[in-house]
Design a protein. Structure first.
Lengths: 74, 438, 151
């Protein structure tokens, strides 16, 4: 568990800090990211079907996330 | 037949189900918000056909996903899926130059495999139903919480799970940190009972090598970071941890025991009428970790999606997955999207294509190709179109092929001229219809 | 801050007025209180806010509330499409380059700024939630009563 936490801190936090400085897209410039085809998971039912198939036929599974991107409204 | 567990996720649907659901949940119709101001039901429906060549697995899957804003910014998700599985599945035994006879999983019958033919168990057809429900709501201004439960059931396998996810935005919603936790409990009730690990296959009606139901628990943790890179690009990186505990063995799979020089099947227990086949044995824990990175970039209305996943576990399996999609958007309402996926995995430390007579038994062993060393390639094409009423339909076709290697040193004697690790070739076709996109 | 906002309001009033639906003629004199609303066609809460803005316009327009909705779509056709589905009874402005949004310091979509005739920002709202509509309305009522000339 300690190794996991080290991994998280060691990997994600520096990336977060680095990326945060990357760009600050203004709220009114989220038009492209608001499009349905630009969402992290654009087609959930297709994504679930694929995950199910590959989970059944391979030794790996998951990894895909959720949240982020989009119109950033409210 | 690999026993599966579908991950629950948020999904959506639409019609006068809304009122019924409101009543069910004890929510009165929203007072402040007029009903028509809340987003209507979103329904995604799909039919999927998965078909492997050489008489192997066929799956027909029907799914409906629904999502409804019941209260402002609070969503109910419901999903329902039905799968009908038929076809044959590799049992783990190697082909031989003689006729091989196997006892079926139920123990009540037997089936024969011709010389040189792959050892496929044809006794499977199963129907699987899965349902899930989820509730998503904002937390303060910048947070989002989702909780859900899922249940799946088939003839010999039941899975029940709960999950919770939380996402928090930073940097004017340019950055999102997410956490997910899922817990599942699965019960395995194999047809004919679960085999005692490494027990030999016995004749029809002999259940001395079988035991009762089994279960396992799986805990999944996900930590993710999404970052908007510019007006056209979003990036996500996730770390996942999965721990499984309990019965992780496939009760229908076994290994062939062969003579170390001739490669011919060794004799089974006296009186059984079988060659020597031992039911497989896997560890009762498995820890997996993976890193997944995704990039999505808009190119003047088209979308490129690139992802990479590295997975490693304590069964000594390492895998890499690279996937790319490019969506050509034509006008405002149709698209064409090619897709390519490369997959590569190393074998589990206890993957053995065969066992040798006279050699000491390893601690664990499996001949299940899904834990072997192989590469997989998928090539696909998807077409989608918006209808006049604002709904959307899409169709995709994909071709998936796997080819791998038997464990080193297994191609002894007669086995050198037999296919110890047959390729898998599968066709995937899916048609979906989405309602209520407006 | 006050000065730049005054300039911003002047700019607002100076830019061409465009309306999607036949509206009641706007009073030629400036309203005593202005609600500036930044919106875009791709913003779902904006869609939810328009009927409410229309009702505020009907209810408090005669009292001196002037609503100006500034559109931030880069493609005018998208804004027109939105307005065809969700008509606006209040004044509209178009700011495709986002200059006004930047000047006002918009932090979320939609955002609104309640401004008195002197250019003071009386209230700012990031986002729109129908559950908070009563609160938004209260800030309008407070602003209107404060700017009513003393008798």
């Amino acid at each position: 568990m300690k190794l996991v936490m080290k991994g998280v801190v060691g990997l994600l936090v520096p990336i977060a800090i680095a990326l945060a400085g990357c760009a600050r897209v203004e709220p009114w410039d989220r038009d492209v990211l608001a499009r349905p085809d630009m969402q992290i998971v654009a087609d959930p039912i297709e994504s679930a079907a694929d995950q199910h198939i590959y989970f059944s036929k391979e030794a790996s599974s998951g990894g895909q996330g959720f949240g982020g991107g989009g119109c950033g409204c409210n | 037949m690999q026993l599966k567990r579908r991950n629950a996720a948020l999904r959506e649907i639409g019609t006068p189900l809304a009122a019924a659901t409101c009543a069910l949940l004890g929510q009165s119709a929203p007072g402040v918000v007029e009903a028509q101001e809340l987003k209507p039901w979103d329904i995604d429906s799909s039919m999927l056909i998965y078909s492997e060549s050489d008489g192997r697995v066929q799956d027909l899957s029907l799914n409906v996903w629904g999502r409804k804003e019941l209260l402002e910014d609070k969503f109910l998700g419901l999903t329902l899926g039905v799968d009908s599985l038929t076809g044959a599945s590799p049992s783990g035994a190697t082909p031989a130059n003689v006729v091989q006879t196997f006892t079926s999983p139920s123990g009540n019958s037997q089936y024969a495999v011709a010389p040189g033919a792959p050892a496929l168990d044809t006794s499977f057809h199963d129907t699987r139903v899965d349902v899930s429900a989820s509730w998503e709501m904002p937390v303060a201004r910048l947070g989002l919480l989702s909780v859900g439960a899922n249940l799946s059931d088939e003839f010999d396998y039941t899975s029940a799970g709960v999950n919770a996810r939380y996402a928090r935005d930073f940097n004017n919603r340019n950055t999102t940190l997410s956490f997910g936790l899922a817990l599942a409990n699965d019960t395995v009730s194999p047809v004919g009972g679960s085999p005692i690990p490494f027990a030999p296959m016995l004749g029809v009606g002999d259940a001395r090598n079988k035991d009762g139901d089994q279960s396992k628990n799986v805990t999944d943790l996900l930590i993710g970071l999404s970052q908007v890179l510019n007006r056209h690009t979003i990036f996500q990186i996730n770390y996942s941890l999965s721990q499984a505990d309990g019965y992780l063995t496939d009760p229908y799979k076994f290994l062939s025991v062969v003579d170390p020089v001739t490669g011919n099947p060794a004799a089974g227990p006296p009186g059984s009428g079988r060659y020597a086949y031992l039911f497989e044995k896997r560890p009762d824990t498995r820890d997996k970790q993976s890193i997944y990175a995704l990039l999505k970039r808009d190119f003047d209305g088209d979308v490129l999606e690139l992802s990479y996943r590295y997975m490693t576990d304590d069964w000594n399996i390492d895998s890499q997955t690279i996937e790319a999609r490019y969506r050509f958007n034509f006008g405002a309402n149709r698209y064409l999207q090619p897709h390519v996926r490369f997959y590569q995995q190393t074998a589990a430390s206890f993957y053995n294509t065969v066992l040798f007579a006279g050699a000491p038994l390893p601690t664990y062993a499996t001949a299940d190709q899904r834990l072997g060393e192989f590469d997989g390639i998928t090539l696909g094409l998807k077409y989608g179109q918006e209808t006049a009423s604002g709904n959307e339909w899409s169709a995709r076709i994909e071709y998936y092929t796997q080819s791998g290697n038997a464990s080193p040193g297994s191609a002894v004697g007669a086995l050198a001229n037999l296919d110890l690790y047959p390729d898998l070739n599968a066709l995937i076709a899916q048609f979906s219809y989405k309602f209520g996109r407006r | 801050m006050k000065l730049s906002l005054s300039i911003a309001i002047a700019l607002l009033c100076a830019t061409a007025v465009a309306r999607a639906a036949p509206p009641p003629e706007l009073a030629p004199v400036e309203g005593r209180v202005i609600w500036v609303d930044f919106w875009a066609s791709w913003c779902v809460p904006c869609r939810r806010s328009f009927p409410w803005l229309n009702s505020m316009h009907r209810k408090y327009g005669p009292d001196g509330l002037q609503i100006i909705a500034v559109n931030l779509d880069k493609d005018r056709a998208l804004a027109d499409g939105f307005l065809a589905e969700v008509p606006a009874e209040f004044a509209l402005r178009f700011d495709p380059k986002g200059a006004l949004a930047k000047q006002y310091g918009v932090q979320a979509m939609p955002s609104s700024f309640l401004i008195d005739a002197a250019g003071n920002v009386l209230a700012t709202h990031a986002g729109f939630r129908t559950a908070d509509a009563a609160d938004y309305e209260q800030t309008i009522k407070d602003a209107l009563s404060k700017s009513r000339p003393q008798r």
